[in-house]
Design a protein around this ligand. Structure first.
Ligand SMILES: Cc1cc2nc3c(=O)[nH]c(=O)nc-3n(C[C@H](O)[C@H](O)[C@H](O)COP(=O)(O)OP(=O)(O)OC[C@H]3O[C@@H](n4cnc5c(N)ncnc54)[C@H](O)[C@@H]3O)c2cc1C
Length: 330
């Protein structure tokens, strides 16, 4: 899981392009596995960018070699798209913080040993109160809900997390107190690359499974409508991959990508994954409904990629705002 991490922490010091390609490949084989894979990186990355060396050495190697599960805890029952309104409270005490509150829809939340938790030191401060903490999953007061029954991604669990007077040592703070917003912002660039790669991988899987099923039925001469639909799909997959790789390359070269550009990529690639899966099911007719062929699974797995890591509506909002700013400056 350590493609983009340094070797001293158990990573392989590779590029974001390599990460995006690996994610796409895993998602094309099994999207749920890619969700488990990416979540380890998503938990390790905030510790890497904002944690002390000691914290990074303590927690990151286990997340990268898979000996411990990680979770990234942002979403709450009444705060997800609007991160700044989160209510999980971190109260300062002499030797650290005491955390109270809950998180929901947390990937691997039912089993995570390392939880990167975003809490607030003062709800009234909005985003300036957001504070990132590493919580050891075995700390007294941490409890978990049962994994949710979901539409897709069944190989990856999603659960609630509860914090009841959880004591967090002061050295488990990531960055500054009240500096959690910038940790979120630097993390979403990586997580949106992950979701986009899943979209491209799922589109590829739907395409390949459809081609295999149609070839088995019709041999080398496919019906014209299927040929046209598959040709269009193939072009769209290539467009999605080029967008994904361009963003990953920009992160490699410049360290980040502006929010609207990363949003364009996330939205386009995850919409591609869902649309391609639905299209593939349509091309196959009744066969598209059969679990054996795996196309219906692509439809189910692709849906959530449009929802997490910032819903595609939120991406469109960010893109729209950036467009308005650009127009104002003309
Ligand atoms: C399987 C799964 C795994 C997840 N894993 C994690 C995880 O590991 N960690 C984590 O922290 N979260 C995780 N999430 C949560 C996910 O990131 C959030 O559900 C998502 O960001 C949406 O936030 P919300 O739940 O607050 O929904 P809401 O913000 O309430 O959204 C509801 C609907 O309203 C729309 N909407 C909201 N605000 C606006 C607006 N201003 N303009 C237009 N439309 C708007 C949204 O697009 C959406 O369609 C996961 C979710 C799922 C389903």
């Amino acid at each position: 899981m350590g493609l983009i991490f340094p070797r001293r922490l158990g990573g392989s010091d590779d590029s974001h392009v390599a990460y995006a390609m690996a994610m796409e490949e895993i998602a094309a084989g099994c999207a749920a596995t890619s969700l488990v894979f990416m979540t380890q990186m998503h938990a390790a990355y905030p510790i890497f960018v904002a944690g002390s060396d000691a914290l990074a050495e303590r927690y990151i190697p286990g997340l990268l070699d898979g000996s411990v599960y990680g979770a990234l805890g942002i979403t709450e029952p009444s705060a997800g798209s609007d991160v700044a309104s989160l209510r999980t409270a971190a109260r300062r005490v002499s030797d650290g913080y005491v955390v109270n509150g809950s998180k929901t829809f947390i990937t691997t939340g039912d089993r995570a040993g390392v939880i990167v938790c975003f809490a607030t030191v003062d709800h009234a401060l909005g985003r300036d109160g957001v504070t990132a903490l590493v919580i050891d999953g075995s700390t007294p007061g941490v409890s978990r809900g049962r994994p949710f029954d979901k539409l897709g991604m069944h190989g990856s669990s999603t659960a609630e997390l509860f914090f009841d007077d959880v004591h967090v040592p002061g050295d488990h703070l990531l960055g500054e107190e009240g500096g959690g917003w910038s940790v979120v912002m630097s993390s979403v660039v990586k997580s949106r690359i992950s979701a986009a790669a899943q979209g491209v991988g799922l589109a590829r899987a739907a395409y390949a499974r459809t081609l295999a099923a149609l070839s088995a039925r019709h041999g080398r001469r496919l019906p014209d409508e299927a040929t046209f639909a598959l040709a269009q799909l193939r072009g769209q997959i290539l467009q999605g991959r080029l967008l994904l790789i361009a963003a990953a390359r920009q992160v490699d070269a410049e360290g980040t990508v502006p929010p609207d550009r990363i949003g364009i990529m996330k939205q386009a690639c995850t919409d591609l994954g869902f649309r391609a899966a639905v299209d593939a099911a349509r091309i196959l007719g009744p066969l598209g409904d059969l679990a054996d062929l795996g196309v219906e699974r692509c439809v189910r797995d692709a849906k959530v990629t449009q929802i997490y890591d910032g819903t595609n509506e939120i991406q469109r909002l960010l893109i729209g705002r950036a467009t308005a700013r650009a127009l104002e400056s003309l």
